[in-house]
Design a protein around this ligand. Structure first.
Ligand code: CA
Length: 245
């Protein structure tokens, strides 16, 4: 999905490109994404659990957040509403019980970005030949890294690296804890939203290399997904790239 948003017939504000691949291991793609340039809104979600209904949770997450932001709500309110929707869907249908989703959301107002995150889907800023991870994973191993118990390198191969400490739909939480980040985009900066299917395969230096070598968002999206697949690509892989026009 490629898009352009025109504030007026002559003013183009953003460029974006979305891509998703089922990967080599799973029978269904439980990642979901949404691009709503008219709202300056992009969403990536990674579903899990619920008798393979993770795709229901991730799709519900994307749709509910878009609906709520469109109604004028903040990202925090929208994400809490998505959390409640997944819980309600789990109670309404036993097949959905226990399903959940990560989410990373980008909202752009002119060049000012706000990013909200729950779980281990990530946002990165690629600016002037450097790559900065904006979000911090809500995982058991990230907590160990923060406490100095293990190194980031050890976290990558830790047997419990997939355990999330936050997820939409988690029945133990009446509300989820949402991380919010904000900043200003310069012309040429690119924001990357992605699921762990990408980042479990590609280290930051590789992501930066591919972003630096490609001139269009379409090329970059293709190159990132292909590289993750070449390195094994078991999990579902989803990403969105956004930049100022
Ligand atoms: Ca995943």
């Amino acid at each position: 999905m490629t898009g352009f948003f025109f504030k007026s017939m002559s003013k183009q504000l953003f460029l974006f490109k979305c891509g998703s691949h089922i990967g080599y291991k799973h029978a269904i793609n439980e990642d979901a994404y949404g691009a709503y340039p008219e709202l300056g809104l992009w969403i990536v979600a990674d579903g899990m659990g619920g008798h393979n209904n993770g795709s229901v949770a991730s799709r519900l997450t994307v749709e509910k957040i878009a609906q709520s932001v469109k109604a004028g709500h903040s990202l925090s309110v929208a994400i809490q509403e998505a959390h409640q929707s997944i819980l309600a869907a789990g109670q309404a249908d036993p097949m959905n019980a226990g399903m959940g989703s990560t989410v990373v959301v980008l909202q752009l107002k002119l060049n000012h970005y706000t990013i909200a995150s729950v779980g281990d889907s990530r946002a990165y800023l690629c600016s002037k030949q450097s790559l900065t991870q904006i979000t911090q994973d809500h995982t058991f191993v990230q907590n160990l890294v923060n406490q100095g118990e293990i190194t980031p390198e050890q976290a990558k191969i830790h047997p419990y690296r997939n355990i999330l400490t936050q997820a939409l739909g988690a029945e133990s939480q009446s509300e989820v804890d949402i991380d919010i980040f904000s900043g200003a985009l310069q012309t040429g900066d690119r924001l990357l939203l992605c699921t762990d299917g990408l980042t479990n395969r590609l280290q930051n230096y590789k992501i930066l290399k591919l972003l630096s070598e490609t001139t269009s968002l379409q090329q970059a999206t293709h190159a990132l997904i292909e590289a993750a697949l070449e390195l094994g690509g078991q999990d579902n892989i989803t990403l969105i790239l956004v930049q100022l026009a």
